[in-house]
Design a protein around this ligand. Structure first.
Ligand SMILES: [Mn+2]
Length: 339
């Protein structure tokens, strides 16, 4: 979407938000952007005098440092009656089933009729699912979308500023993802810090607060990193074993030590892959670019995301996945990253 379209959608969203009274905010599976954007959106609506409920299908205990984190209702969204709300606001979701638990994502998630859907996101999407979609891949985060739309309508309280900034720092990996860290993103961050966002609290909690068990989980994955060449592409990969360490799943933040700080640093690779086998034969895939875009790989496995960070949830064995990947890479043409 271009700037003119976004400006029009912004006005349309503001009008609809004014019109409705009851809202549910729904967020993607946990990362700083999803969780903190949900909290920011909830506060925006509360400041505007609306009735709002904020849901997550996941345990978000790791995000309890975020202001107002107690606002989350932890309930499997597949079991929430969404038809009682006038308006649903989806945050950070490339598709509606992103709000569900991984095993429920394989099937389509049907939204109730007669409920208005607003979608604020920054993932590449072929067919946006909302009635109004504020989506741009040039946004650092969904949080930046909330800031764009509502900044002039609400007060940037310390809690709102902190949540908006946590989401931006999370998704840019502290401004290291150059493709999404624009001058505008940096200006917004400056504005949020000027408005008393708790910068140190955010940095401490995102980057320097891993539980020992999470470090052990990462050490295990790091020990198994391998590098392989298939066709034109050289990639590094690792497998997480959540079960071995008493986890049922591994969040993006929990994977970060391996994914952002070790595997991605290997010189001469085009991209990296981290896989996480879950229960019931489900595997979560996560791809990160070094030299080529990985979104096409995510899409090949039924997922998607960003050009430089993509993922998918699949129902196949590890062996089947690696075979299918190699077959794909033998003839794949992945665009090079130019910036
Ligand atoms: Mn995001």
């Amino acid at each position: 979407m271009n700037q003119k379209e976004l400006a029009e959608i912004k006005q349309a969203i503001l009008k609809k938000v004014e019109e409705f009274d009851t809202f549910a905010c729904l967020v993607s599976d946990p990362d700083e952007d999803a969780i903190a954007s949900g909290l920011a959106m909830e506060e925006v609506l509360e400041q505007l005098g609306k009735n709002v409920k904020l849901y997550t299908s996941y345990d978000v205990e790791d995000y309890s440092y975020l202001p107002r984190s107690e606002k989350y209702i932890h309930q499997d969204i597949a079991s929430v009656d969404l038809s009682i709300f006038e308006c649903l606001i989806f945050l950070d979701c490339a598709s509606p089933e992103r709000v569900l638990l991984p095993h429920a994502r394989i099937e389509e998630f049907k939204l109730p009729d007669n409920v208005f859907v607003i979608n604020i996101d920054h993932h590449e999407t072929k067919e946006p699912f909302g009635d109004l979609n504020y989506i741009s891949t040039s946004l650092s985060s969904s949080s930046e979308g909330i800031y764009d739309i509502f900044k002039d309508k609400v007060k940037l309280t310390p809690s709102l500023s902190t949540n908006l900034l946590a989401a931006i720092i999370g998704d840019t990996d502290c401004f290291k993802h150059t493709a999404i860290t624009t001058p505008k993103t940096l200006r917004i961050a400056a504005d949020l810090i000027e408005n008393n966002a708790k910068h140190k609290l955010i940095i401490q909690n995102i980057f320097y607060s891993f539980a020992e068990k999470v470090v052990d989980l990462n050490i295990d994955a790091i020990k198994n990193i391998k590098v392989k060449q298939v066709g034109k592409y050289r990639y590094a990969y690792a497998t997480f074993n959540p079960k071995k360490f008493g986890f049922t799943d591994v969040t993006r933040d929990q994977r970060a030590l391996t994914q952002e700080n070790v595997i991605r640093t290997i010189k001469g690779i085009d991209f990296s892959i981290v896989i996480t086998p879950l229960e019931d034969g489900i595997i979560k895939l996560s791809f990160r670019s070094s030299n080529v875009y990985v979104r096409p790989i995510g899409e090949h496995f039924g997922g998607g995301g960003h050009n430089e960070a993509a993922g998918a949830t699949i129902n196949m064995t590890e062996k089947e996945f690696w075979q299918k990947l190699e077959k794909y890479l033998e003839t794949a043409e992945l665009p090079e990253i130019k910036n």
